[in-house]
Design a protein around this ligand. Structure first.
Ligand code: GSH
Length: 214
């Protein structure tokens, strides 16, 4: 499918908001699935092969129709929304909500998603196996703190920035399902919980959520 988007992704990961956005945009794309175990199917990527595409060895990465490769989930989502202005999946440059949009997209990427590197494999920071539960707990407490902080400062309408669905809503919907998981998120971020539940139920996304997000 030359000239269309290629998502280097994996079920349940940060590629899911990218896939959901492409789906909402009606853009054709194909997913090349990273398989962490050494049992890839045809067309799948091992973690090692992924590192040859994105030297950070992370998904998501997005092959653009012009052949460029993008990494970094927030940048990818902002780019997709901005390059399809009619979709209104991001506030326009002159929209008063634009600063808040950029603020919270970056907040999620840096303050929350960045911590997932630790909890994805606690051996990365734990010198000893016995340290792992403490590190997991502390990172999850920090993520919960971030959600509470964000929730206290947003004033959602139907969606986080008003009445239009944006990629921020899609991003929060996916990232809030990771540790410390939704049960805690609902308690910590009651305003955002309403929005996330609305995005969960979006009829356009049901198949994608089921297949890619479980
Ligand atoms: N800053 C990156 C983080 C991406 C990331 O952490 N991806 C995870 C999956 S959700 C991953 O591929 N981790 C493998 C690794 O870091 O080795 C982004 O926002 O896209």
């Amino acid at each position: 499918m030359a000239g269309s988007y290629i998502v280097y992704g994996q079920k349940g990961t940060g590629s899911v908001p990218v896939e959901a956005t492409l789906h909402l945009l009606g853009e054709p794309y194909r997913v090349i699935e990273r398989i962490p175990e050494e049992s890839p199917g045809q067309g799948d990527l091992t973690a090692e092969a992924m590192a040859r595409i994105n030297p950070m060895a992370q998904v998501p990465a997005l092959g653009l129709p012009d052949g460029q490769l993008m990494t970094e989930s927030a940048a990818i989502l902002i780019h997709l929304a901005d390059s399809h202005p009619a979709s209104r999946l991001a506030p326009a440059l002159d929209d008063p909500m634009r600063p808040a949009f950029l603020r919270w997209m970056t907040f999620i990427a840096v303050q929350i998603y960045g911590l997932i590197w630790v909890t994805d494999d606690l051996r990365r920071l734990a010198a000893d196996e016995s340290h792992q539960p403490v590190i997991r707990e502390r990172v999850r407490d920090r993520i919960a703190h971030c959600w509470r902080t964000m929730d206290a400062q947003v004033d959602p309408g139907r969606y986080l920035l008003g009445d239009d669905l944006t990629v921020l809503d899609i991003y929060v919907t996916v990232v809030s399902a990771w540790g410390p998981r939704r049960e805690r998120f609902y308690g910590d971020a009651p305003k955002m919980a309403e929005v996330v539940r609305r995005v969960d139920r979006d009829p356009r996304l049901q198949d994608l959520w089921r297949e890619r997000f479980g």
